[in-house]
Design a protein around this ligand. Sequence first.
Ligand code: RNT
Ligand code: ZN
Length: 415
Amino acid sequence: MTQYEAAKKQYEKWGINVEEVLEKLEKVAISVHCWQGDDVGGFEVNQSELSGGIDVTGNYQGKARTPDELRSDLEKALSLIPGKHKVNLHAIYAETNGEVVERDQLEPKHFEKWVEWAKKNGLGLDFNPTLFSHEKAADGLTLSHPDADIRQYWIDHCIASRKIGAYFGKELNNPCLTNIWIPDGYKDVPSDRLTPRKRLKDSLDEIFSVDVDENYNIDAVESKLFGIGSEAYVVGSHEFYLSYALQNNKLCLLDTGHYHPTEMVSNKISSMLLFSEKLALHVSRPVRWDSDHVVTLDDELREIALEIVRNDALDRVMIGLDFFDASINRIAAWTIGTRNMIKALLYAMLTPNEYLKQLQEEGNFTERLALIEEFKTYPFGAIWNYYCEKLGVPTQENWLEDVKQYEEDVLSKRS
Ligand code: RNT
Ligand code: ZN
């Protein structure tokens, strides 16, 4: 008997149909963020320094310097990750042929190469307007800026981005999630919290007043608690966007690094699913602050996956990743983080969720705790390896060889 067959038997004892689980898992697309590959740099002709209160540390060799390099790196990472996924782009990854194109002037044609590449690789695309790393965002304010011209610039950028999203959705026959995140906030205690929020609300209303086909483009808004330089106040807070999304039928996007340190996204999903058809995630790993470390298979990741799986919400929660670590091989970072997200979902699917729910209803907390703990050492790894083999990607740590080879052949030659 193979390790897989032996493992399968153990799960079958609990009524878990492993073959069915693997078929279901194969259908889950994770949105892999392109910006891990070049430290959120992008390819604008007149590139600005990274701003907006986010930061990338480290200078590991081999950062992608061109869109072609980034695509090649993404292809490498995706070849080590089981399943078919999506790639999440930012507006600063436009290709403008050496010409300066203002962000409010961006058009689908500036993303033609990405679409062509996505088609060739059977990938979906998601999108984000970029409201940071720009002279018009230098004071950390965009859609809530007191200056109407600056607000208008960013409003127009967001409208242009939604149209680019619809172009992706239509071309790839796979709806694009276009997510708006802004850095707006203040370093120190504000004397007026309401006025900037009113302006943000008005800006969003204007952005969404333009009709963009919902079959192709889905709008999301991402909140935040604080950033570097906006420690005391962020305009687009959780309550702000939760209310806005509910009232305007938009998706709320929860980034796991954007809450108080003991406040968990896993505990929010069920509440939100009761009131919204869909929600979106940026799965990240905050270490003491919103540090965007590579996602590991920790308790919170498993808990998030369990909440999605046990509530039968795989079609309702759009899972995206958001981390950027420049201190390790960037392709390994993508591979580790994305494989972990998929592992967490598999783990959740290999849990006797219905039985555990029943135990809770019966008040049998002893057995609930006992089983949750015992399942942690069930032969999950054997099923994971089988899944990787089945989908033609390396099992266990064997993907590391590929990454090392690519580092030697390609990354080490970049300066
Ligand atoms: C910043 C947000 C945002 C960005 C990306 C690059 O705190 O998490 O999602 O990380 O848009
Ligand atoms: Zn995020």
